[in-house]
Design a binder for this molecule. Structure first.
Ligand SMILES: Nc1nc2c(ncn2[C@@H]2O[C@H](COP(=O)(O)OP(=O)(O)OP(=O)(O)O)[C@@H](O)[C@H]2O)c(=O)[nH]1
Ligand SMILES: [Mg+2]
Length: 328
């Protein structure tokens, strides 16, 4: 075996050794092939890896025609919402996942590092939001899986590399999304459901703001795009502006948090009822108990726009932070 293989190669090799299913083995082998330096000393090894890869692909195809494999791109939702990170190779998606959540992704300075989605949980105030790192666009191997992952997401964070022109990246990414019938909504645009279309809210995040060459691009990004989309510049590596990013992620989720309260007692602020923006007292009641909406006589509210304890009708539309006392 050639001695001068980079440590990332060894890590990928270890993942390959531990892989249990053909898709996992394929992903690890693809990683190894992407990392391995090409020179005379590695020709033979590359040949062996390629052969093994094609054997696993054959095996995987044979298996999937007989039994259903667990799809690595089907990420089970957890927490209040699922936000998928999308972008071009090397923008820092994995670094952002690593900085915002408890997940430990592979981060590296070569493109196409990430080959399969990886979820992590981000704490924001009293909520947990699932953030999912994804392989970059332009990776043919992940084509249909990636599209389905994004279509299924509650919202997107589009990660841009501030060391390069952002308008070009945005144009490319939006085009790739449109091609897959995923449309990024502009500020204030309603999320109307249309068959076969996938409208998504998205936050544009310019990353690597710690670098000198990022300054001009960050300014341009904010100037040109903040009218149409929520935008901000961060450094995932140096922890710049990440708290702001969490806030912005929450705000594109169109979520309101409301709290239950028993008469004469204080609400439990650690345990929000999570509802879509536009939900009514009625919807809140039926989340607490399926019979409550029907039985509800009246409700009292403690909130930003009401007097404490004011009675509100069943159709009252909730705001984030409202505390509700249900009377049945
Ligand atoms: N200076 C600086 N470098 C960063 C920052 N975020 C990521 N990087 C570097 O950029 C490179 C790519 O980071 P990744 O997180 O692997 O990028 P990615 O978008 O996941 O890449 P792919 O998986 O290939 O699509 C790595 O060398 C990171 O160390 C940042 O905020 N500042
Ligand atoms: Mg990555």
């Amino acid at each position: 075996m050639p001695a001068n293989l980079p440590p990332q190669y060894k890590e990928a090799e270890e993942r390959y050794r531990q892989a249990k299913t053909p898709p996992e083995k394929i992903l690890a082998l693809e990683e190894m092939l992407a990392i391995i330096p090409h020179h005379k000393g590695t020709d033979k090894l590359i040949g062996q890896l390629r052969k093994r890869l094609s054997q696993h692909k054959d095996e995987s195809q044979r298996r999937s025609s007989t039994s259903r494999q667990a799809d690595p791109f089907a990420v089970k939702k957890e927490g209040a919402a699922q936000v998928v990170l999308v972008g071009l190779p090397n923008g820092g998606k994995s670094q952002i996942l690593g900085s915002l959540t408890n997940a430990v992704p592979l981060i590296a300075d070569y493109p196409f590092t990430t080959r399969a989605p990886l979820p992590g949980m981000m704490k924001f105030e009293n909520l947990q939001v699932q953030i999912v790192d994804s392989p970059p666009f332009m990776d043919e191997f992940v084509e249909s899986g990636l599209a389905n992952l994004i279509r299924n997401a509650d919202a997107l964070a589009i990660i841009l590399d501030l060391t390069e022109d952002c308008a070009t990246q945005i144009e490319l990414i939006l085009e790739e999304l449109n091609r897959r019938r995923i449309r990024v909504l502009k500020r204030g645009e309603e999320k109307r459901t249309e068959i076969g279309q996938y409208p998504k809210r998205a936050l544009l995040i310019g990353n690597k703001a710690d670098l000198k060459e990022a300054q001009g691009n960050c300014r341009q990004l904010l100037e040109r795009f903040s009218r149409d989309y929520p935008v901000l510049c961060v450094s995932a590596k140096e922890n710049l502006n990440l708290e702001e990013a969490k806030k912005e992620i929450f705000s594109i989720l169109d979520i309101v948090r409301a709290y239950t309260k028993a008469p004469g007692k204080a609400p439990d602020r650690n345990d929000p009822v999570i509802l879509h923006k536009g939900s009514r007292v009625l919807d809140f009641a039926s989340q607490i108990h399926k019979d409550f909406a029907q039985k509800l006589k009246f409700a009292r509210i403690w909130g930003k726009e009401k007097y404490d304890g004011q009675m509100v009708p069943r159709e009252y539309i909730l705001l984030d932070g409202d505390v509700i006392e249900l009377h049945i």
